[in-house]
Design a protein around this ligand. Structure first.
Ligand code: ZN
Length: 125
């Protein structure tokens, strides 16, 4: 399922319209931001205030909407995943890691390999 389809389903569950009154795509607004989605700043802010009135201003619309259905976007693999695919991280606003578990593992593996390579080069082991 594409990210757009997932967002459409989530909007339906939350009973948020998928099109603005002037026919602009709400999934695009959420995924691309108002400029790239062709929304005016005023229109986007009006829509958000009306349909997502509890969204804190520092939280992105994508993060907020997905959080309502226990999902999260991983910017590393560019996928929308269930919240349980992310490790806990109490430092973060949503108490979840930025990247999903499989991306975090790749990062840790490549860090490990980098350190091993460096040790081999330095100490000729
Ligand atoms: Zn990921």
């Amino acid at each position: 399922m594409s990210k757009e389809d997932i967002i459409k389903n989530v909007l339906q569950v939350l009973e948020i319209p998928t099109l603005s009154k002037t026919g602009k795509s709400v999934p695009n607004l959420i995924l691309l931001g108002y400029r790239k989605a062709g929304w005016s700043a005023g229109g986007a802010s009006k829509f958000t205030k009306k349909h997502c009135s509890n969204k804190p201003s520092q939280v992105k619309l994508l993060t907020y909407v997905l959080g309502l259905v226990d999902m999260k976007y991983c910017a590393k693999c560019d996928r929308i995943l269930e919240l349980e695919e992310f490790s806990n991280n109490s430092v973060k606003l949503d108490a979840k890691a930025t990247y999903c578990k499989s991306c975090m593992k790749n990062i840790q593996d490549s860090n490990y390999n980098r350190l091993v390579d460096r040790a081999i080069r330095r100490f000729n082991v």
